[in-house]
Write a protein that binds this ligand. Structure first.
Ligand SMILES: [Zn+2]
Ligand SMILES: [Zn+2]
Length: 283
């Protein structure tokens, strides 16, 4: 039934329950495998990232959950890692040295020419303030910089799948209506997915915002292109709360079926495996 999720935050970052509570909830919902992926440390403090001195405890707690509950569900330890710049990204030695089952690569910040970083992932209002302040109200510029950062992260590698790979569409389209339908955007997107296909990386269909906005990341309008390019996909809820771990999963699978996908990627015995999408999602 494709009951899996590999993007899940915990109280080691900005999630609202423990590792064990998330896994217990997944077991109650008959999930077959579950991946924990707190926000990896950054070189500065935020209200949502794990600190470096917490990593060992995080690994230990994941190992204890595997020991305790691993006979009921396959449990995997991951991290969601940020691309900040050429020297701080999922490929860096310090991240690669962490013994993990898998890694997510995401962009939540843009680097400023003057130094420092701007959060482009939080709410639409803060986003507008940041674009006004740091990018002279220029949404096109922010979109170009976002996809440039994603491309650099892809080129450097060091992770298994891209996190919410066009999430910039949410905050930009909320503030500049129709911008994702502009020709410049469509050109960037086509080229971007071609780059992903060449990289061999997987992408997640991130369903976190589906119940509030009706959006998946990547947006559903790109599913046909992703299918055409044969990019492997998995469906993840990016849950921060226990009641959200199954949110949007069925809808994501149905949307994939509509775009003629036959399989999704799941971890089985520690290997990423293409698993057929269950017939119940084909209605
Ligand atoms: Zn993220
Ligand atoms: Zn996340």
């Amino acid at each position: 039934m494709n009951l899996t999720n590999y993007h899940s935050h915990t109280n080691y970052c900005d999630g609202h329950a423990t590792i064990e509570e998330f896994i217990q909830t997944a077991i109650e919902l008959n999930f077959t495998s579950y991946g924990i992926s707190s926000h990896a440390p950054l070189p500065f403090s935020t209200r949502w990232n794990m600190e470096w001195d917490r990593v060992d405890d995080y690994l230990k707690e994941c190992a204890e959950a595997k020991e305790k509950l691993g006979d009921q569900i396959e449990i995997y330890t991951g991290l969601e890692m940020d691309y900040l710049h050429e020297d701080y990204n999922p490929a860096m030695d310090k991240f690669q040295a962490i013994p993990l089952d898998y890694r997510i690569g995401s962009v939540h910040f843009l680097e400023l020419d003057s130094g420092g970083y701007v959060d482009i992932d939080s709410g639409e209002e803060l986003f507008k303030e940041n674009v006004d302040k740091y990018f002279h109200h220029d949404y096109e510029e922010v979109i170009i910089r976002y996809f440039d950062a994603m491309r650099r992260m892809i080129a450097l590698g060091g992770f298994d799948f891209l996190g919410h790979c066009d999430k910039i569409s949410k905050n930009t389209s909320a503030n500049a209506k129709g911008i994702t339908q502009a020709s410049f955007y469509k050109e960037i997107i086509r080229d971007y997915f071609e780059t992903i296909a060449e990289s061999g990386l997987m992408i997640e269909i991130n369903t976190k915002a589906y119940d509030t906005t009706g959006m998946f990341f990547p947006n559903e309008e790109h599913f046909a292109l992703i299918r055409e390019l044969e990019i492997p996909v998995l469906v993840n809820s990016d849950s921060h709360r226990l009641h959200k771990i199954n949110s949007g999963r069925k809808e994501g699978l149905k949307a994939l079926v509509n775009a003629r996908f036959d399989t999704v990627m799941e971890l089985k015995n520690k290997e990423w495996t293409a698993v057929p999408i269950h017939s119940s999602y084909r209605i």
